[in-house]
Design a protein around this ligand. Structure first.
Ligand code: GDP
Length: 424
């Protein structure tokens, strides 16, 4: 059976923890989109890890981790990450890399940096990992696919062609030194030597695995609201963050995805620019940021403080719908235990009109939050294993959210660890 684990919000919902937890029962975990721009934080028996490229199933002996064709593959980052977990006594994971995945090149990172610099105060808040230039090149058909690493003639011709177009922009728009084809060729050779032992037709591998009844997890990066089509365009990421894209980014039939577990955080946080209706500021935000996640809400890749806000019903209802949610995993609920009252954004006020439908970006920019306050539970809920044992106000909060978003919350996460989970 294939399950997808995806985000309902702006990312950082706790997908890594849920994937790591579900991976116990899984045979294969697949990354199907995104790259090293976002991170998953995982706490388990080996310690605390921030993963960027590796699927969150690498900590088990019994799983195979796949880098799917939809991923922006940064080979040096991937191998550094493998080394960093092996150095901390995690057994060498079984990894397969799709022969159809494309690679992030050093110039993608350079272009990302140059463009953000050029945009100045209008920048996207990119992590400068080269993701937008990478996907632009993929769709402009000048990207490098892993399979091409093994065709020397093709590489030689292509590096010349790529330098020609890249150098016009580098020299005239960014005023930077030109790329040299021989340097790119060398870079590609080094990638080839690193990745060669792991390359295979992962789509065919997954086809056989599905036929054999294996349990497969598709692990999404970021969340619905960062999807280029359905999110807060243009303040989005450059690959689809939706479970539906899991079929494409892993190379499996869409009808095989039987469960879509949408991870939804009990409050909001966001990184990067863009409208964020339920955002809070000042001391109120500082306190939630400090208490949030596991050791504070700071970016796993950049260490930047995340923007904070109250739970947003409008955004989460939409985020769950657009994912095709079968199950909601409601996470980081334990963090809210300090509040007397918990504000929730239940609707948007757009030019005096009250709505619970998530609008397109121009309208979203004008939306003001309609806030309702629920009573807090004022205690620590970590360690609780049964739903009935949660404080009444805590259950009321969960049930309020569930009713408003309209999708079943079947898992409640009350701590960062693998076992901090309550099934309903
Ligand atoms: P991801 O990108 O969706 O995997 O999310 P991140 O890893 O960036 O953010 C989730 C953060 O919250 C991490 O630091 C997790 O260890 C932590 N976390 C996950 N679930 C819970 C939870 O239920 N309670 C608490 N306190 N922390 C959690």
């Amino acid at each position: 059976m294939v399950k997808a684990v995806v985000g309902a919000n702006w990312g950082d919902e706790g997908k890594g923890k849920i994937t790591d937890m579900l991976a116990k029962e899984a045979d294969i975990i697949v990354r199907f989109q995104g790259g090293a721009n976002a991170g998953h934080t995982i706490v388990n028996d080996y310690g605390k890890f921030a993963l960027h490229s590796l699927p969150s199933g690498v900590f088990y002996n019994h799983t195979t981790s796949i880098i799917g064709n939809g991923v922006a593959l940064n080979i040096p980052v991937l191998f550094k990450e493998i080394q960093s977990i092996v150095d901390r006594n995690v057994p060498m994971p079984k990894i397969l890399v799709s022969d159809r995945a494309q690679m992030v090149m050093s110039y993608h990172i350079l272009f990302d940096q140059c463009e953000e610099e050029r945009l100045g105060k209008n920048s996207f808040g990119s992590t400068k990992s080269g993701i937008a230039p990478f996907y632009s090149d993929k769709y402009a058909k000048i990207g490098f696919q892993v399979s091409e690493l093994f065709d020397e003639e093709l590489l030689k011709e292509k590096v010349e062609r790529v330098c020609e177009t890249k150098n016009v922009i580098l020299e005239h728009l960014y005023h930077k030194p030109a790329l040299k084809p021989e340097d790119l060729l060398e870079e590609l050779h080094s990638y080839r030597d690193m990745v060669a032992p792991y390359v295979c037709d992962t789509s065919a591998y997954l086809y056989e695995a599905i036929k054999a009844g294996k349990n497969i997890l598709l692990e999404g990066q970021l969340g619905s609201l960062k999807d280029p089509d359905h999110g807060i365009y243009p303040m989005v990421t450059s690959s689809s963050t939706l479970a539906a894209y899991g079929a494409i980014g892993a190379g499996i039939p869409p009808y095989e995805i039987k469960k879509i577990i949408t991870v939804c955080k009990a409050y909001s946080s966001a990184v990067g620019a863009g409208a964020f209706v339920s955002e809070i500021f000042g001391d109120e935000a500082d306190e939630l940021r400090r208490r949030g996640g596991d050791g504070g809400e700071f970016g796993a890749t950049t260490g930047r403080p995340r923007r904070m806000g109250w739970f947003d019903i409008v955004a989460s209802k939409y985020g769950c719908r657009i994912q095709g949610t079968t199950d909601v995993a409601f996470t980081v609920l334990d963090v809210l235990g300090y509040l007397d009252e918990i504000p929730v954004c239940v609707a948007y006020d757009i030019d005096g009109e009250i709505t619970t439908d998530f609008p397109t970006t121009a309208k979203l920019e004008k939306a003001k939050p309609v806030i309702e306050k629920l009573p807090g539970w004022k205690c620590d809920i970590r360690g609780i294993k049964k739903y009935e044992d949660l404080p009444e106000n805590c259950r009321k909060y969960i049930e309020f959210v569930e009713k408003k978003i309209g999708f079943p919350i079947t898992m409640v996460s009350n701590g960062p660890g693998r076992d901090d989970i309550i099934y309903r």
